[in-house]
Design a protein around this ligand. Structure first.
Ligand code: FUL
Length: 699
C-alpha cells in the first residue's frame, strides 16, 4: 500500500515538478537588444534642452559668425531644469552642448568659441558641468548633443575638423561623468561662416565623418554611452520632429542599407521587419514650434491635446520620447512650458491610475510545455522578467482575462519580453460584451511597449489574439485601464474675410470669449460662425455631451483680418489660385517658379491699408510631402508699391525636418505692400516653391 502511494505520488507530484524544470525557455529570435539598449528602453521619457547663442539671436540655426559675447543668461539655473524633468517623471536630460553654429556650452580646450568668451560668470561658467551636477542631485541621467556640422569652424569639410570633433567628444565623455546618450544630428546644410570664408561646403555625409572610427573612440572612452543618430548608431530618429512613431514600429533596422544611403528617412517611423540590427526609435519633439526659445512662441506652446497624442504615439508605439524644453534668455524653462508639461503628466497619471487585469482569471490556449514558468498569469504579475510563452511551433495564440462582471476599459498596454527579440507581427483585441465576443482593435507590432486607446467598452472578459508572430509568442506584460474621458479642445479658424468658425467633437458644446478672459459655461455659447475682422484673441472650451467635463482652453490670436488683402503680382504661377496664400487656411497651398531661368521668384501683396507690422510669417505647404519648401528668402515692405525697404533676409533653418510656420521679426515699420522673395537654396535655376500662407506680425 505504502509503495503504491509512493508510486502514485511520483506521477502526481514529483514528475510534474521535474518536467516543468525541463521546459526550456524559448530561444532568442532575430536581432536582440544589448544590455545598454534594454536600460535605455526602460527610460522611456526624458528631456531635451536647446539653449545657446540662438536663444539670444532669436534664431533656430546660427550661421556661425555670432559673437560668443551674446551668451548672457541672467538667472541660469540647471537645477530648475532638472527639478521640472524629475517632477514630470522623466529619467534624464540631453543638453545641446554644441549646435550647428559651433558655440560650446562648456569651456572646450580646443576652441575659443565657447562660454569662456561670454560675459556669463565672467567667462568662468560651464553649463555642461552645472547640468551634470543637477542631474546627479535629482538622480537623472545626462545625455549630450554634439553637432557634427559646425558652421563656424574654418576647417569644416577637411580632415582637421574631424580631429577637432573627436577631441571635443573625448572632453564631453570624460569630464562630466557618465553620459547615457550621445546625440549626433544629421543636419548638414552647406553654407556657413567657416572662419570667415562665408561659403557653401558640401561634404559626403556617408564618408566624411568616418563614423566607424568615431564610434570606436566612443566605445573605448565611454562604453556605457548609447549613440543615437548618424553612423552605426544604437537608436534611430523616428523620421519626423513631431514626436510620432508609426503604428507599426519595429525596433529593427537594415542599418547596412542605411549606411549605404539606401534607406529613406520616412522608413524610420516603422523600422524594418527584416532589419539585421536592433536600432529602436526615439521620437524627438519640442514642446513649442521651435527647438530654441523665442518669446514670440510663448503662447504657441503645444496644446494639451497634442501633447497627449504625442505621448500615446511615441511611448505608446514602442518609441522613447525625447521632449524638448527650450531654456529662455534667463536660463530657465519658461513657466508656460512647465505648466503644459504638468498638465500632460497629470492627464497621463489619471489615465493609468487603476490597473484592471491583475487579479483576474487568466488563461491561454497554449502555454509552453504546460509549465507554470511560462503561464498566462505571468503577464499580470507586475514583473517584466516573467512572461507567458507558447510552444515553439505556436505562432498564433490567445490569452483571456475573465472579470466575472462587466468592467469599463479604454486603454490596453502590452509588452513583449524583448530580451528574446521582437516577434509579434499582428494581434487583435476582443471584448465579451453582453455575452458576445466583439473585435475592438486590430493591430500590428508590440515591441517594448504598445498602448492602445480604444472607445470605452464594458466587457466581462478581454481576449488578446496573437494572429501572426515571427516565432513563438513571448509576452511579459498586459494591463488595462479605464482612463477619464478626454475632451478635445475646440479648433478655431478664421478665413480671409474674418469669418470665425469653431469645431469640437460631435455633440459637445463650445463656449468662448473674445475679450481675452478665460472661457467657462457662463461665456458665449457657440451656435454658428460669426464675423470678427478686427484684431482679437478668441478663447474657447468644449464641454462633453454626456459627462460635464471640460476640455483645455484653445487660444487663437488674430490681427486685423485679411479681408482687404490682394495679391497684386507674382513672378510666375497661376494667378487664378494665388489667393490661397492669403486665404487664412494654411492647408491650401500655391506653387510658383519651376521650369524657368530664374534663381528666385517673388509675390507682391497689397494689404489694402497701411498698418504697423514688426514681422511676417511663412507657412510652407502643410498637406502633402513638402517637396517645394522655401529655405532662403528676402522680405520687403512698401507704402506705395514703388519704394521698397528690405526688412529681413536669410534662411528658414531646419524647415526640411520641421516644416512649421516660420516667423521672422524686424523693427516695427509702417507698411501697405509686402514683397516676399523665395530664393533658390543652392543657386539652382527654376526651382518650384510652395506657399501655404503669408501672415504679418503686429504687436
Ligand atoms: C535638427 C536640428 O537641425 C535642429 O536645430 C534641432 O537641433 C533638432 C533636434 O535636430 O535636425
Amino acid at each position: 500500500m505504502k509503495n503504491i502511494f509512493l508510486f502514485l505520488s511520483y506521477f502526481l507530484i514529483i514528475m510534474p515538478i521535474c518536467s516543468q524544470e525541463l521546459v526550456k525557455p524559448p530561444e532568442p529570435f532575430g536581432p536582440l537588444p544589448t544590455h545598454k539598449q534594454l536600460d535605455w528602453h526602460e527610460m522611456e521619457f526624458y528631456a531635451f534642452v536647446h539653449f545657446s547663442l540662438n536663444t539670444f539671436t532669436n534664431k533656430e540655426w546660427g550661421y556661425g559668425d555670432e559673437s560668443p559675447e551674446l551668451f548672457n543668461p541672467t538667472a541660469l539655473d540647471a537645477r530648475q531644469w532638472a527639478h521640472i524633468a524629475k517632477e514630470a517623471g522623466m529619467k534624464g536630460i540631453i543638453l545641446v552642448a554644441k549646435h550647428h553654429d559651433g558655440f560650446c556650452l562648456w569651456p572646450s580646450a580646443y576652441t575659443e568659441r565657447s562660454v569662456k568668451k561670454s560675459p556669463w560668470k565672467n567667462g568662468n561658467g560651464d553649463v555642461v558641468k552645472e547640468l551634470a551636477a543637477a542631474c546627479k542631485e535629482y538622480d537623472l541621467k545626462l545625455g549630450l548633443y554634439l553637432s557634427p556640422w559646425d558652421r563656424n569652424h574654418a576647417q569644416y569639410g577637411k580632415p582637421e575638423y574631424i580631429t577637432y570633433f573627436r577631441n571635443q567628444l573625448k572632453e564631453l565623455l570624460t569630464n562630466y561623468g557618465d553620459v547615457f546618450e550621445m546625440w549626433f544630428d544629421g543636419a548638414n546644410g552647406g553654407d556657413g561662416y567657416y572662419g570667415g570664408a562665408n561659403e557653401t561646403r558640401k561634404i559626403n555625409t556617408l564618408e566624411y565623418y568616418d563614423w566607424d572610427e568615431t564610434y570606436k573612440l566612443i566605445y573605448k572612452t565611454a562604453p556605457k554611452t548609447l549613440v543615437w543618430g548618424v553612423g552605426p548608431s544604437e537608436a534611430r530618429w523616428i523620421g519626423n520632429e513631431e514626436g510620432r512613431a508609426g503604428k507599426t514600429n519595429w525596433s529593427l533596422l537594415r542599418q547596412k542599407d542605411e549606411l549605404a544611403g539606401k534607406v529613406h528617412y520616412t522608413e524610420f517611423m516603422s523600422g524594418h521587419e527584416d532589419g539585421e540590427k536592433w536600432v529602436p526609435g526615439e521620437a524627438d519633439v519640442s514642446i513649442r514650434p521651435g527647438w530654441f526659445y523665442h518669446s514670440i512662441e510663448d503662447d504657441k506652446v503645444r496644446s494639451l491635446d497634442e501633447m497627449v497624442d504625442i505621448y500615446y504615439e511615441s511611448i505608446g508605439r514602442n518609441a522613447n520620447l525625447l521632449l524638448n524644453l527650450p531654456v529662455d534668455r534667463r536660463g530657465l524653462v519658461h513657466e508656460n512650458d512647465e505648466a503644459r508639461l504638468k498638465e500632460l503628466v497629470s492627464t497621463i497619471k489619471a489615465d493609468f491610475k487603476t490597473e484592471l487585469l491583475a487579479g483576474t482569471k487568466v488563461s491561454a490556449d497554449n502555454v509552453r510545455g504546460n509549465s507554470s514558468s511560462f503561464a498566462a498569469k505571468n503577464v499580470t504579475d507586475g514583473d517584466r522578467n516573467t512572461y507567458w510563452a507558447t510552444d515553439d511551433n505556436v505562432k498564433k495564440a490567445s490569452i483571456v482575462f475573465d472579470f466575472g462582471k462587466p468592467v469599463a476599459i479604454n486603454r490596453i498596454l502590452l509588452q513583449e519580453y524583448i530580451e528574446l527579440g521582437q516577434r509579434i507581427k499582428a494581434f487583435t483585441v476582443e471584448a465579451r460584451i453582453d455575452g458576445n465576443w466583439k473585435t475592438v482593435s486590430n493591430e500590428t507590432t508590440i515591441g517594448y511597449k504598445r498602448i492602445l486607446r480604444i472607445d470605452r467598452i464594458k466587457a466581462s472578459a478581454l481576449k488578446i489574439n496573437i494572429t501572426d508572430s515571427k516565432a513563438c509568442v513571448v509576452i511579459s506584460n498586459i494591463e488595462a485601464y479605464n482612463a477619464p474621458t478626454f475632451v478635445k479642445s475646440p479648433v478655431i479658424g478664421r478665413d480671409k474675410s474674418g469669418n470665425v468658425s469653431m469645431k469640437s467633437e460631435e455633440g459637445n458644446k463650445i463656449y468662448y470669449t473674445t475679450d481675452g478672459s478665460e472661457p467657462s459655461v457662463k461665456s458665449n455659447l457657440y451656435k454658428q460662425g460669426f464675423k470678427y475682422n478686427k484684431a482679437v484673441v478668441i478663447k474657447a472650451i468644449a464641454i462633453h455631451k454626456n459627462e460635464n467635463s471640460s476640455s483645455a482652453v484653445t487660444t487663437a490670436k488674430y490681427g486685423v483680418s485679411k479681408e482687404k488683402w490682394k495679391v497684386v503680382s507674382a513672378s510666375s504661377g497661376n494667378m487664378k489660385s494665388v489667393d490661397r496664400i492669403i486665404d487664412g487656411n494654411p492647408d491650401t497651398d500655391w506653387n510658383f517658379g519651376g521650369g524657368s531661368n530664374k534663381f528666385s521668384e517673388e509675390v507682391v501683396i497689397d494689404m489694402g491699408t497701411t498698418i504697423k507690422i514688426n514681422g511676417f510669417t511663412y507657412i510652407p505647404q502643410q498637406v502633402g510631402n513638402n517637396l517645394n519648401l522655401i529655405s532662403k528668402y528676402e522680405f520687403y515692405t512698401s507704402l506705395d508699391n514703388i519704394k521698397w525697404t528690405m526688412q529681413s533676409q536669410g534662411e528658414f533653418s531646419n524647415i526640411k525636418n520641421n516644416p512649421i510656420e516660420q516667423v521672422k521679426t524686424f523693427t516695427q515699420s509702417k507698411a501697405r505692400y509686402l514683397r516676399f522673395v523665395a530664393k533658390s537654396n543652392d543657386a539652382r535655376k527654376g526651382q518650384v516653391f510652395s506657399i501655404g500662407e503669408i501672415n504679418v506680425v503686429e504687436n
